[in-house]
Design a protein around this ligand. Structure first.
Ligand code: ZN
Length: 282
């Protein structure tokens, strides 16, 4: 009944045995889907292979800003080839990270732009990683046409029962741009959703002192929210401190339900439908 919209089964420290155990844990849980997200060429290959092998697994392929320094044109071509596989549904995770600065900022900018262009050429959803770079991520997305009318015309509209995004109850444009582990303000979140983006909420919403993400969940209708683990990172309460696994997305969904005054079941179901819509899964 749950969709973990952002996980790294493909993480390089998952040994083959750990991966098999993780798969068993997932198959025993209430998860219906996991999106395995690439962060460089090798991890994108592993994500695509996991998606090919596991019925409940889908993949995104791309290069994270941390690993932007490993990119070249040849690797971009390989990512393009991977992106054409059946169960590869998005380009990501791509973006800017000016907190860790593991790649030079200009190198991060270059590969962020090139991968948005790739997603536009292939008419695919985009998964964004942004840290300490909110304004520039938005500026680059706009400049590269991630919210253009043309891009929005490629994707069916999405439900907007309250008229939050479009102004009129009914349907809203969908640019298929996902802000993963959204950590911006409620105001920025609102602005993004009105531009056609979707927000994904991760484990930190369960942390006691995180009022900012609680405000985001409060401000944005459930129709525009997904839930994720970013496992093996960002473990939610009550397992904070341990290695994160996709079934823990349940705790994030429970917290979102509590904030929105919805039942857990309703929240799990709705965020699953939202994620299927976003990634274009039948
Ligand atoms: Zn990630």
């Amino acid at each position: 009944m749950l969709f973990d919209s952002h996980a790294h089964l493909n993480n390089e420290d998952n040994t083959p045995q750990m991966l098999e155990e993780l798969i068993e844990t997932i198959e025993r849980s209430s998860l219906d889907y996991v999106m395995d997200i690439g962060f460089d060429l090798e991890s994108s290959r592993r994500a695509a292979a996991n998606a090919e092998r596991l019925s409940w697994c889908y993949a995104a392929v791309g290069c994270h800003p941390h690993d932007a320094k490993t990119m070249d044109e040849q690797k971009l071509e390989e990512i393009r080839t991977l992106a054409s596989k059946d169960k590869v549904m998005a380009i990501g995770e791509i973006g800017l990270d000016f907190y860790y600065d593991r790649s030079e900022r200009d190198v991060q900018r270059e590969w962020f732009r090139k991968q948005i262009r790739l997603a536009n050429e292939l008419k695919m959803p985009i998964v964004i990683h942004a840290r300490e770079a909110d304004q520039e991520v938005m500026d680059i997305l706009k400049e590269e046409g991630a919210f253009s009318d043309e891009r929005k015309s490629w994707f069916p509209k999405r439900p907007d029962p309250e008229g939050f995004a479009s102004g009129t109850p009914g349907e809203a444009d969908d640019a298929r741009v996902l802000l993963h582990c959204f950590s911006g303000s409620a105001e920025l979140g609102r602005q993004y959703v009105k531009m056609g983006a979707t927000l994904s909420i991760a484990g930190p919403v369960t942390y006691k002192n995180n009022k900012k993400t609680v405000a985001v969940v409060d401000a944005v209708p459930i129709d525009f929210l997904l839930v994720e683990t970013d496992s093996p990172f960002l473990t939610p309460v009550p397992y904070r401190g341990q290695r994160n696994v996709p079934p823990n997305v349940e705790y994030t969904a429970r917290r979102v339900a509590e904030i929105k005054g919805l039942s857990y079941e309703e929240t799990a179901q709705k965020t699953k439908e939202n994620a299927k819509g976003f990634f274009g899964i039948e």
